[in-house]
Design a protein around this ligand. Structure first.
Ligand code: CP
Ligand code: NVA
Length: 304
């Protein structure tokens, strides 16, 4: 039987997401009640990081411990990956010693090559092109606060980056719409959007993208791996800050999300991220709960 991976958001069906989110609700409740949930006892997660992380590492590592398993952290600096060992060889070896693997790396093709040679499920912990675990947490957080996301409008104000492409895939799966506004010179890469995706509209003006939105979300202007473009991006993204004026264009019950880390005064104003419409801390916490459910589903399948 083919191994199930989570390399991009579109790898799961709506039914699979509904199952995983249902488990995440149970797992979260048990965590809040200090009830043990050792469904992954004696199982091991290997985490490979080729870029920095706080939330992703912590949520996967804490999650495995809380489910009775172990998590092992590897990075490029002190593993053989940093000395040129082929990804295919690393996948063969690592997947003989553990039950599931999470990778944060650069190009999506790296994780796809790794997955093709892995005996165990592989999870995308962020690539240049996708960040599906974060958007899973974001959709879960929206539903927790406001109910179904189907038919709702999400405004994306900022860079055409990994978060945007995962949001566009989520829009197709869950049936919501994304109003996208990116500055001139930073267009949506059509090769990363399904040709039949009609769930988004482009706005040249970022304020117009926020009109009547149920959720406004953004991310850093310079993603990891693009640091040398920072000065040019600071100029190009002038005007793309999510501030109170843009939030006013949205619906009165609008939520604000940001995957974090954030730069107050650049992509988001302090009054918004630290204000009453912001759910960024719930969003960060939910990484833990949804990823525990994701790990359980990939390793054990559906539990009765
Ligand atoms: N949002 C997110 O993935 O954060 P980290 O880079 O800290 O893992
Ligand atoms: N788009 C950002 C997300 C960080 C969690 C990056 O790739 O750096």
């Amino acid at each position: 039987m083919a191994i199930k991976h989570f390399l991009q958001f579109s790898d799961f069906t709506l039914d699979e997401f509904e199952y995983v989110m249902g488990r995440a609700r149970i797992i979260k409740q048990k965590f809040k009640n200090y009830e043990p949930h050792p469904t992954l006892a004696d199982r091991t997660l290997v985490m490979v990081f080729e870029k920095n992380s706080t939330r992703t590492r912590l949520s996967f590592e804490a999650g495995m411990h809380q489910m009775g398993g172990a998590a092992i952290y590897l990075n490029t600096r002190d593993s053989q990956l940093g000395r040129g060992e082929p990804v295919e060889d690393a996948a063969q070896v690592m997947s003989r010693m553990c039950d599931v693997i999470m990778i944060r790396t650069f190009g999506q093709e790296i994780i796809e090559r790794f997955a093709r040679h892995s005996r165990v499920p592989v999870i995308n912990g962020l690539t240049n092109e996708h960040h599906p675990c974060q958007v899973l947490a974001d959709v879960f957080t929206y539903i927790e606060h406001r109910g179904s996301i189907t038919g709702k409008t999400v405004a994306w104000v900022g860079d055409a980056n990994n978060m945007l492409y995962s949001w566009l895939q989520a829009a197709q799966v869950f049936g919501f719409h994304v109003n996208v506004s990116t500055p001139a010179g930073y267009p949506i890469d059509q090769s990363l959007v399904a040709p039949d995706n009609q769930r988004y509209t482009f706005f040249a003006n970022p304020s117009d993208a926020c009109q009547d939105a149920d959720l406004v979300t953004t991310d850093v202007w310079t993603s990891m791996g693009f640091e040398e473009e920072n000065a040019a991006r600071l100029k190009a993204f002038d005007g793309w800050i999510v501030d109170a004026a843009k939030m006013k264009r949205a619906r009165p019950d609008v939520l604000f999300m940001h995957c974090l880390p954030a730069h107050r005064g650049e992509e988001v104003a302090a009054e918004v991220i630290d204000g009453p419409q912001s759910v960024v801390w719930d969003e960060a916490e939910n990484r833990l709960h949804v990823q525990k459910a994701l790990l359980e589903f990939l390793v054990l399948g559906r539990l009765a």
